[in-house]
Ligand binder design. Sequence first.
Ligand SMILES: CC(C)(C)OC(=O)NCc1c[nH]c2nc(N)[nH]c(=O)c12
Ligand SMILES: [Zn+2]
Length: 374
Amino acid sequence: MTAVKYELIKVCKQSGARLGRVHTPHGVIETPAFMPVGTQATVKTMSPEELKTMDAHIILSNTYHLFLRPGHDIIGRAGGLHKFMNWDRPILTDSGGFQVFSLSDMRKITEEGVQFRSHLNGDKLFLSPEKAMEIQNALGSDIMMAFDECPPYPAEYDYVKKSLERTTRWAERCLNSHARPHDQGLFAIVQGGMHKDLRIQSAKDLTSMDFPGYAIGGLSVGEPKHLMYDVLDYTVPELPAGKPRYLMGVGSPDALIEGSIRGVDMFDCVLPTRIARNGTTMTSQGRLVVRNAKYAEDFGPLDPECSCYTCQNYSRAYIRHLLKADETFGIRLTTYHNLHFLLQLMRDVRQAIMEDRLLDFRDDFFTKYGLFDN
Ligand SMILES: CC(C)(C)OC(=O)NCc1c[nH]c2nc(N)[nH]c(=O)c12
Ligand SMILES: [Zn+2]
């Protein structure tokens, strides 16, 4: 019995987007959902209480990083990741495959798995489907990701085909080796680059194994956005309507809306936390770089339409001062606002689906956010 179940609530009559719920051992996720990223067992500078105040239903963490430091065995002995980081809502852990390819060099891929050197101390390490399952079981995440290869972009057709076929074999090994002591859900990851026939082959092979959910990997890797949307247009329909669809690494406001319209239910992205650290914020009027000198005496909030803690209590001038003075509180304020902005955007998307008007919502949002300019 898998304790991760998708409940389809309704389909938007105007856009075809879905409103749903993902039930997990640690609670329910309203979808479409944005998942804040907490790679090293923390959503940078945010406390669990602040994440609950902005009503994040689920956060991400990462097998590769936690395997390297502090070690999944320590976290296991601490009682698992929920206890270790004091987060009692759902956690999704990425499988580490992607991070090996993007973070460490000196790596060697074989059918068995991937040999690589730690990007921290150069230690020779090895990750395989079985190892990735062992680590995620020790972490006790509610949703685990299968061990996959995210091919570089662009990549040769033959390489992408060989890679997706190995990713499918790896997914099967995860399913078979995946003992679910915590009733964890295991999502497979569809690959296939930007090739329609390969994406459909990957989706068909994986859905024939009946996973509790399906992720779409290998996108948002530098391809133009319209190409990502084309891939979604022909890949999402290959996935079962009764299971969640998770688009990995995607999180700009326009991509969250366009992905929801194409039937995606879950998203994650480091964007809101990463750009916050260099003083870039997302507001209803578009991006605002609060470090800019023009805000030195701007005593208004980051976003006049935002109800978050940052916008209720602090001015652009104050936040700019903190960032210029390298005061950590400044990054906490921009991070809090950016995460709240995307979580609020997804609440508005869910409301628009409920009222069958998501396409109208998209047009209004894009006009205000200045997305028709670029
Ligand atoms: C470049 C960024 C990170 C924005 O996006 C991607 O690389 N997108 C793809 C991606 C993100 N996270 C993944 N995890 C796994 N297992 N596999 C993947 O393909 C991906
Ligand atoms: Zn705000």
